[in-house]
Design a protein around this ligand. Sequence first.
Ligand SMILES: *Cc1c(COP(=O)(O)O)cnc(C)c1O
Length: 455
Amino acid sequence: MKETIIANKTISEWKAEHPLINEIMSLKEVFWCNPQYDGFESAKKKISLSERDVTDAEERLNRFAPFIAKIFPETYRTKGIIESPIIRIPNTQKRIEQLHSQKIGGTLLLKCDSHLPISGSIKARGGICEVLKHAEDMAVKNNMLTYNDDYSVFDSEKFRAFFSQYSVAVGSTGNLGLSIGIMGTQIGFKVFVHMSADAKKWKKDLLRSKGVKVIEYESDYSKAVEEGRKQAQADPNMYFIDDENSTDLFLGYAVAANRLKKQLEESEVIVDEDHPLFAYLPCGVGGAAGGITFGLKSIYKDHVHCFFAEPTHSPCMLLGLMTRQHDRVSVQDFGIDNITEADGLAVGRPSGLVGKSLEKMISGVYTVEDDDLHILLSLLADSENIYAEPSAMAGMPGPVRLFTSSDGQKYLTDNRLISRDMKNATHIVWATGGSMVPPTVMNEYYKKGLKLLNP
Ligand SMILES: *Cc1c(COP(=O)(O)O)cnc(C)c1O
């Protein structure tokens, strides 16, 4: 029988080149360090975006802040800035160390994007940023707005009537749809969300209640994106938010790094040669994890180390980076089903934009089993009273895996991060979603985790 060809090679050839593919295909948890990883000065040559672009995105969000504060009361206290706290989680750190009989060198912090205002997930960064940019571009082009105006004018009959002639479309596994749907309808756009089969019912119901048109598919995320793109191509008044390729989304996520820098300074967390920073970022298509990586690297350069986390059933970025074929390969090509409870990470084909431009900035990728996500969810709930969704827990095993895996040890040695220095390290686990999950659904996750923890 002839073997199928994936990006010019057979699976046997790919396996011979990268033996880890055997384990990935058997759905084992792996920890992989990226051999392409390089110093920041060299790595940044692969990306055409700059720090200036991140600042532009940040300034746009500042211009919109008066409008956001007005229509989303939960942002009143932060004056319309959509931001989440970063907190120390010593109890969780202790419990994870006990669970794995492994000490974590350094301090564990949790970035609580699970509790970002407006849409309760990391998508309240990128998604909202792009909707607002599109609205701003249109208002300026039509002489309704200048950059120095008070953007509260977006909260007016005149503006909503204008935007109601236009629509926005997006393909999503759920959370991106929520953020675009909630913000898009507030601006006045008609919003179409193309949802993959993984999308949870409560997310679709919530969107429909806000007047969003939800179109459902039996297949996965890639199909939903493709259909959304097609719909927008056929309608000149429709704008497509392209989760696979959008630089505006990417930059919206990158703004998180500038804000994080201030938060770390306020908490007296030092990042320098002797105080390395590690970030563990749940990865779906890669936009959020990629944007944050770019932002953090632009600030901390070689003192920050960014690891992506994926479900064992959806290791798309891992395969894309490892084979260096990026969006030319999918997990399905390698016989992996892309079925996971971590709906936010259920993506079979990675973003080509992220993989190619960050090929030398991403330190590594590891995979996590769904059961572990549930265990960590209930462990975090019990030790800190913070409830996050399964996708959001993918970052949590990162520090232990860094210390216990042979590739992780090699990474520390190669980057001269000897254990003496690691006691000064900071590990940021990026919790990416959860606060909008209905209590009954969250309770199911929690109970499942408890059962797995105490069988
Ligand atoms: C979308 C999402 C991610 C990953 O973001 P990508 O841009 O798809 O990589 C992580 N966690 C949650 C909860 C998400 O919704």
